[in-house]
Design a protein around this ligand. Structure first.
Ligand SMILES: [Mg+2]
Length: 272
């Protein structure tokens, strides 16, 4: 649905940008915990990494390179992206997720366009959105494949290394483009035609939110009531979005009139 042509949100936001995992469903589902176990198993079984070091290495690579996959690639491990994702995400306890009609109704009723921005692969994002019943709530999906296409000729080394200006100083370089690297946000803005100053970004990761703030996005931490420095809003559950930000539902009078006149026109046509 093209919300932009129908409404003008009083909130001033033109776009809502959503992470998926631990944001659209709770951490308590157990998917993230199992995901970490699957990554560690993959490192041991397919990359020959010593079992005694694998867990610690998994965490360190995640901290240093944004995601463990990004870190593995950066330090020289070669593996097939699809094979990795099929074993890391493909074996998650998806049965723990349930359809979420409450969230679906909330999202559908906000008159602002919505975009997914996830580090996960396309199959995982599609499966999660499908189970939750949210697959038609978003205008587009930016995920691993979007940010890391087979041919990356449009992304120069200079752009990839843009973190050297100090904004990504806590992160090391990797050939994988993912949050919380600045380049991932820059690509997402280009791909989805996003103006960060008029966009509200929802994520459970403190690191992702910190880059988002530096990129000029408005920010909402999900899954926590603790608002780190610079974060605009906090939601323990995505279900509380209306209580936290009722202005998202408010539209300008003018656009309401436009919508009313359009509805009246449609009704006239139907009656005729
Ligand atoms: Mg997340």
């Amino acid at each position: 649905m093209d919300y932009q042509n129908q409404y003008l949100s009083k909130s001033g936001y033109e776009c809502l940008l959503f992470d998926v995992d631990d944001t659209l469903y709770p951490f308590s589902s157990g998917l993230s915990t199992q995901c970490t176990k699957n990554i560690t198993e993959y490192m041991i079984q397919y990359l020959g990494i010593d079992a005694t070091n694998a867990s610690e290495m998994c965490l360190k690579l995640y901290k240093d390179y944004g995601t463990t996959m990004s870190g593995l690639r950066a330090i020289g491990y070669d593996f097939d992206d699809d094979h990795y994702h099929s074993l890391v995400h493909g074996r998650l306890p998806y049965q723990n997720l349930k359809p979420d009609p409450v969230l679906r109704n909330l999202l559908h009723s906000i008159p602002i366009r919505k975009v997914i921005f996830s580090n996960a692969d396309e199959a995982h994002v599609a499966k999660v959105l499908s189970i939750l019943g949210l697959e038609d709530c978003f205008e587009s999906v930016i995920c691993f494949e979007t940010l890391n296409p087979t041919h990356k000729s449009n992304i120069t080394d200079d752009a990839r290394n843009s973190g050297e200006d100090g904004n990504d100083s806590a992160l090391l370089e990797s050939p994988i483009i993912c949050k919380p690297f600045k380049i991932a946000f820059e690509e997402a803005f280009k791909i989805a035609n996003i103006n960060p100053e008029k966009t509200l970004f929802f994520d459970d990761s403190a690191r992702n939110l910190q880059t988002a703030i530096r990129m000029g996005l408005h920010t909402m931490v999900v899954g926590s009531s603790y608002r780190a420095k610079g974060v605009d809003y906090a939601l323990e559950s995505i279900h509380n979005i209306r209580e936290a930000l009722p202005e998202l539902w408010e539209t300008l009078e003018k656009s309401e009139e436009v919508l009313y006149s359009r509805e009246a026109a449609i009704e006239t046509i139907v009656r005729a």
